[in-house]
Design a protein around this ligand. Structure first.
Ligand code: HEM
Ligand code: CA
Length: 654
């Protein structure tokens, strides 16, 4: 025991010293760079256009997080290769404390005490199937299956352009469901709790298409560029006039690739469902977002705190951009609304707990409340959201229902590459082409990155989220995101093309390979019944069934009975959600007294529902019991006064 304490102290001390030296050097370098930068810029060259343009490049949205990554490498020198990652075979040798009261670390470190970096932010995505790149240097997958002609020669044919796949397989067709826009919105909010792939530094972001103009080989991908070719022949593109769409590659976590250690991508977030979208995925962000006495920072009107001006595109009524635990907070106002909700509920809980636990200091108030909020995030996700997506038999098979939790230290809770890069992007097909705000239809293209309506019409916006039907999950995506994503005077983007191109950038093997992982039979024909009527569209773009990109073909699959997804995506999603539950030692149902809750506390958490939070956080008058489905028989509106308040009495110490 003494040895363990000594080891831990030593470890912390070293880290502290490293941090101090690191931060002095870092500040020095930052100051120097800043002076050089300011002196080399004049005021005009920092015009709003520059920042908006860099913001509209989705890649550049992560610039702040990217910078933090480099800093963290300097300060903590965390090993990044799994082969070299320390694996502690006994608890006594682990650097993780395992006594006293425990709360999650900001970055997820030590959730798994034997392999402390599992699920930690800034670590690699795991893989369900081996990577499939074009060669050993980790260049993107651009060729289909090799086909032998004649006796020996093997001809490799280029895959279709991602834009061609997008226009043929993912056009806009309206298909309303009984699900509300809230279903889409929770999906995106949740996504921002567990996945954000780091991209190469944005400095290179604006040059990939420029380079490709003089050297078409760039379209085949380089270390950091993978622009999308927009075919204009034999027929011109339905929308884009240019021949190139900018795409910067996701950053390689380690530059030395070998066959056994291929190019891997990096997840900037904690993989756990732990509300890191509210608090941040590292200590620095958490500290920035915290206020005194356990509270979270807010701004006038009980809104999110002020962020950097270049973080959003401000409409005429938005005085500033917001700051939150995930940088993409203002990508869509419905998302900003959910961020606001959770900060408000956090502060409500702190308020009540501080009245009943006068001896708790700010740190204790903050951590206990953060723990409750993480539990709420898990509970709503698994008990309300997942049943909207997966069928009951799948939920049972993977143990995603309530009451059967047993932590398994051997499970890797990291996010799988295919989950982030294809499966969980299914939500893009639920995006509506407009919201109704204050009685007026506002096209989605006017809402991307625009926080204006949070300042002027928050209640109306939330009422619309729970009443407006969302699109069905199918292969169809609205043109608001396939032609008008992040639209400005300077151009726009296509999200479906990004999804496909990103899969190739990450070296995702094709669709059939993942079917095999799931124990599903290999598809041998485009007219396979699993694709319903959609197979012929796949046949129009792919030459071979073994070439199909996993996003495109997975989205063409017909939904399974009682599920929003087809068999492949159901399996991959269930598997990921299983890992996130049974691989999380802080799971809200754990019986570990240091990490979990008391029986009475768990009972309280079990009673919390999204509808109740919406009532409390937005002052609504009424809302249906299940806000993920439209009001109808069996899901009637309930007066908000009838929802009980969160019962915090099990946390009172006096
Ligand atoms: C208005 C709504 C949305 C917009 C504007 C949006 C936009 C984007 C953009 C620009 C990317 C990066 C694409 C790339 O460069 O690879 C992305 C990634 C992603 N989106 Fe969405 N999205 C929306 C809604 C959703 C929803 C509803 C879900 C899920 C239910 C979702 C899940 C994802 C996932 C999993 C990623 C990958 C994140 C990563 O690992 O980096 N998105 N989205
Ligand atoms: Ca997280």
């Amino acid at each position: 025991m003494k040895r363990l304490i000594a080891y831990f102290r030593l470890n912390r001390l070293n880290t502290d010293i490293d941090m101090r030296i690191g931060s002095v050097i870092l500040w020095g370098i930052t100051l120097l760079l800043y002076v050089v930068f300011v002196s080399s810029q004049n005021v005009e060259s920092r015009s709003p256009n520059t920042s908006i343009m860099s913001l509209t490049m989705c890649a550049a949205q992560f610039s702040k997080m990217n910078k933090r990554y480099s800093r963290r490498r300097n300060l903590y020198t965390i090993p990044t290769r799994p082969t070299r990652r320390p694996r502690y075979t006994s608890v006594a040798r682990s650097p993780c404390p395992n006594s006293g009261r425990l709360f999650r670390t900001a970055d997820g470190f030590c959730n798994n005490i034997l392999r402390p970096s599992l699920g930690q932010s800034f670590e690699r995505f795991k893989r369900f199937r081996r990577a499939n790149y074009n060669g050993r240097k980790g260049l993107p997958r651009i060729f289909g299956r090799c086909r032998r002609v004649g006796t020996r020669r093997c001809v490799r044919r280029l895959l279709p352009s991602a834009r061609t796949v997008s226009t043929v397989i993912h056009p806009e067709v309206k298909t309303q469901s009984i699900g509300t826009v809230m279903r889409m919105q929770w999906g995106q909010f949740l996504d921002h709790d567990f996945t954000a792939a780091a991209v190469e530094q944005p400095e290179s972001a604006r040059t990939c298409c420029e380079q490709a103009a003089s050297n078409p080989r760039i379209f085949r991908g380089t270390d950091d560029c993978f622009p999308i070719r927009i075919p204009q022949t034999p027929t011109p593109d339905r929308f884009f006039k240019q021949t190139c769409l900018e795409l910067v590659r996701s950053r390689a976590i380690d530059a030395n690739f070998t066959r056994r250690n291929p190019r891997e991508q990096q997840n900037l977030l904690t993989s756990f469902v732990d509300a890191s979208n509210v608090y941040g995925s590292d200590q620095e962000t958490q500290d920035r977002l915290r206020a005194a006495n356990g509270r979270m920072k807010t701004s006038a009107g009980n809104l999110l705190p002020r962020g950097r001006d270049e973080d959003c595109i401000r409409g005429p009524n938005a005085p500033f951009c917001f700051d939150a635990g995930d940088e993409r907070v203002q990508v869509f106002p419905g998302l900003t609304a959910l961020h606001t909700l959770f900060v408000r509920i956090h502060n409500d809980i702190v308020e009540e707990l501080s009245q009943h636990n006068a001896n708790w200091n700010g740190e204790r108030l903050f951590q206990e409340t953060r723990k409750i909020i993480s539990a709420i995030m898990q509970r709503i996700t698994y008990l309300e959201f997942v049943p909207e997506v997966l069928s009951e038999p799948t939920i049972k098979k993977f143990g995603l229902d309530e009451g059967n939790f047993k932590y398994d230290i051997t499970i890797d809770p990291s996010i799988a590459n295919v989950f982030a890069t294809a499966v969980f992007r299914y939500g893009h097909s639920l995006i509506p082409n407009f919201l109704v705000i204050d009685g007026k239809q506002v096209a989605s293209r006017q809402l991307f990155n625009n926080p204006e309506f949070i300042f002027t019409s928050l209640t109306s916006l939330v009422e619309n989220l729970v009443s407006n039907p969302a699109e069905l999950r199918d292969r169809f995506l609205t043109e608001e995101i396939t032609d008008h994503l992040f639209e400005t005077d300077e151009g726009s983007f296509d999200l479906a093309s990004f999804n496909i191109q990103r899969g190739r950038d990450h070296g995702l093997p094709p669709y059939n390979s993942f079917r095999r992982f799931c124990g599903l039979r290999r598809v041998t024909s485009f007219s396979d019944p699993v694709f319903g009527n959609g197979g012929r569209f796949l046949a129009r773009v792919y030459k071979n069934v073994d070439d199909m990109d996993v996003f495109a073909a997975g989205m063409v699959e017909e939904s399974e009975e009682g599920s929003t997804l087809g068999p492949l995506f159901s399996c991959l999603m269930a598997r990921q959600f299983r890992d996130l539950k049974f691989g999380d030692s802080f799971w809200y149902e754990t019986r570990d007294r240091r990490r979990g809750f008391s029986f009475a506390q768990r009972r309280s958490i079990r009673r919390i529902t999204l509808s109740q939070l919406l009532c409390q956080g937005f002052g609504l008058k009424s809302v249906q019991r299940n806000p993920f489905q439209v009001v109808r028989a069996g899901n009637l509106e309930v007066d908000c006064s009838r929802f009980p308040k969160i019962d915090l009495s099990p946390w009172y110490e006096h």
